[in-house]
Write a protein that binds this ligand. Structure first.
Ligand SMILES: Cc1cc2nc3c(=O)[nH]c(=O)nc-3n(C[C@H](O)[C@H](O)[C@H](O)COP(=O)(O)OP(=O)(O)OC[C@H]3O[C@@H](n4cnc5c(N)ncnc54)[C@H](O)[C@@H]3O)c2cc1C
Length: 439
């Protein structure tokens, strides 16, 4: 499988295992066009970030083309679990309050709220509302000792006026039957959806606004010409643009732009789904498709029951792209599923198994804005981007149009370079061992 730390930009037709969504969704993507030779704004990557950025630029009267190495939304935007959460990165509001004070933490909470509203706006462009499920996002204490810190997090969130509920073990036992569910924090306004339908609706909005979408067209070289704009070499010819927006996120090849090469760690997140569960099996775990669930481990597991009774279960994957599709990683997820739901021990095979690259930043939060000269980028969501990308795309477009962005950490500095970047994966491997021991 394509590995951003090893390979040149992906595609065209660089196909890893397709996700469940790709095989079960009739999505209406808009028509793509030929690559233009000249455009005002060029965008690399047609995931949620790039498509939202392109729409905002087009709505503001600019000419914009999105270059996607494979088919539209080929990256994380067609592979995720579909949890629309009010967060990004790995820092909670109380961590922000400790770092920068309660006012900034409140502003960050408001920014996340805006992101959620923007996703809701896009849902209106999809007749099925992208198969939205409204039960909320449950963060579940997977063991007794995790209950007190989770309760503390709940109390902090209340201080920031977040719509959250506390579920005791007793209350939670009505929603899920698992020995690893000791209490839960419920984010009542978060929801789940079908990620491909969201990508298709986002793409339709972008073309309706006038953006040109070009697929099977990897950008293989991007050079800043200083005041003269940017030169791009693509699989379909060269392109001159006034400005470049890099929205390839976790899929950004280390070989594309030296300015970004050492500032992100591409990490594989992987998912399995079971075959459809019988009604008895669903009753035994008590789960309804309404809920999105994540646990409190350092190396978190996340899961949801799909509307067709398949159980989707995700967590960390391999470290290197060349190992991503080895069955051992699916087996590990199946083992974790059995620990979460011993009732499902007889479900001894997975039906779908796939992975995607998320971009992890050194200090656990993303950056959106100028990289240098006429080049802008948005990356480092640390695996939480379905909600945030709607706003990240907008903010990135605003930065490229030289509008002022809110004075928040996401927008006011560049991603930090990893020290000893050649050893990022060794650090990741050590972290996985530490996490496994702690969990
Ligand atoms: C298994 C998994 C589960 C996840 N679950 C959730 C979840 O439930 N909730 C949540 O909030 N987040 C989740 N995420 C993360 C979320 O999916 C991402 O944060 C989000 O989709 C990022 O969107 P994006 O547009 O920035 O990047 P992507 O969707 O990854 O798009 C980047 C695109 O850039 C293209 N590209 C790369 N290089 C080039 C090039 N040189 N030229 C042209 N094109 C190029 C790629 O082909 C790709 O299509 C998950 C991620 C994974 C992998």
């Amino acid at each position: 499988m394509y590995d951003p730390l090893v390979n040149a930009p992906p595609g065209p037709h660089d196909a890893p295992e397709p996700s469940y969504w790709q095989q079960h969704t009739q999505a209406e993507f808009p028509e793509c066009v030929d690559a233009p030779e000249e455009v005002e704004f060029a965008v690399i990557g047609a995931g949620y970030t790039g498509l939202n950025a392109a729409r905002v630029l087009a709505e503001n009267g600019h000419s914009v083309a999105v270059f996607e190495a494979n088919q539209l939304a080929w990256g994380c935007s067609s592979r995720n679990a579909g949890f629309v959460m009010k967060s990004t990165g790995r820092l909670g509001l109380s961590a922000w309050a400790e770092r920068l004070g309660a006012d900034i933490a409140q502003d960050i909470a408001d920014e996340h709220q805006k992101a959620l509203q923007l996703v809701e706006e896009t849902l209106r462009y999809c007749p099925s509302q992208c198969q939205r499920q409204n039960g909320g996002y449950l963060k579940i204490a997977h063991r007794n000792s995790a209950v007190a810190p989770l309760k503390q997090q709940y109390e902090q969130l209340k201080k920031f006026n977040q719509p959250v509920e506390w579920l005791t073990q007793n209350q939670l036992s009505g929603l899920i039957s698992s020995p690893q569910a000791h209490a839960a924090l419920r984010f009542t306004d978060c929801f789940t959806l079908n990620p491909i339908l969201l990508a298709a609706a986002t793409a339709r909005r972008a073309t309706a606004a006038g953006a040109q979408l070009v697929e099977h067209c990897p950008v293989t070289q991007a050079v800043s010409l200083g005041g003269k704009g940017v030169y791009l070499q693509t699989a379909k010819g060269s392109v001159r643009a006034r400005k470049l927006l890099v929205c390839s996120n976790g899929y950004t090849s280390g070989k594309l732009l030296p300015e970004l090469a050492s500032r992100s760690l591409p990490v594989l997140s992987s998912i399995i789904t079971t075959p459809p569960l019988s009604n008895e099996q669903v009753e035994s775990i008590k789960l309804s498709p309404q809920y999105a669930i994540m646990d409190t481990r350092i190396l978190k597991y996340y899961f949801r029951l799909l509307p067709d009774n398949r159980l989707l279960f995700g967590g960390r994957g391999a470290i290197q792209g060349k190992s991503a599709e080895k069955p051992i990683y699916a087996k590990r997820l199946l083992q974790a599923l059995h620990q979460t739901f011993p009732q499902l021990r007889e479900v001894n095979k997975w039906e779908y198994f796939w992975s995607g690259w998320v971009s992890v930043s050194l200090d656990d939060y993303p950056r959106v804005g100028k990289v240098k000269d006429n080049i802008y980028a948005s990356m480092g969501y640390c695996g939480a981007g379905v909600g945030f990308t709607a706003l990240a795309g907008q903010r990135l477009a605003e930065a490229a149009m030289e509008k002022n962005l809110p004075e928040l950490p996401y927008y006011q500095s560049k991603l930090k370079p990893f020290p000893l970047p050649r050893f990022r994966r060794l650090g990741q491997w050590l972290y996985y061992h530490y996490g496994r021991l702690r969990d």
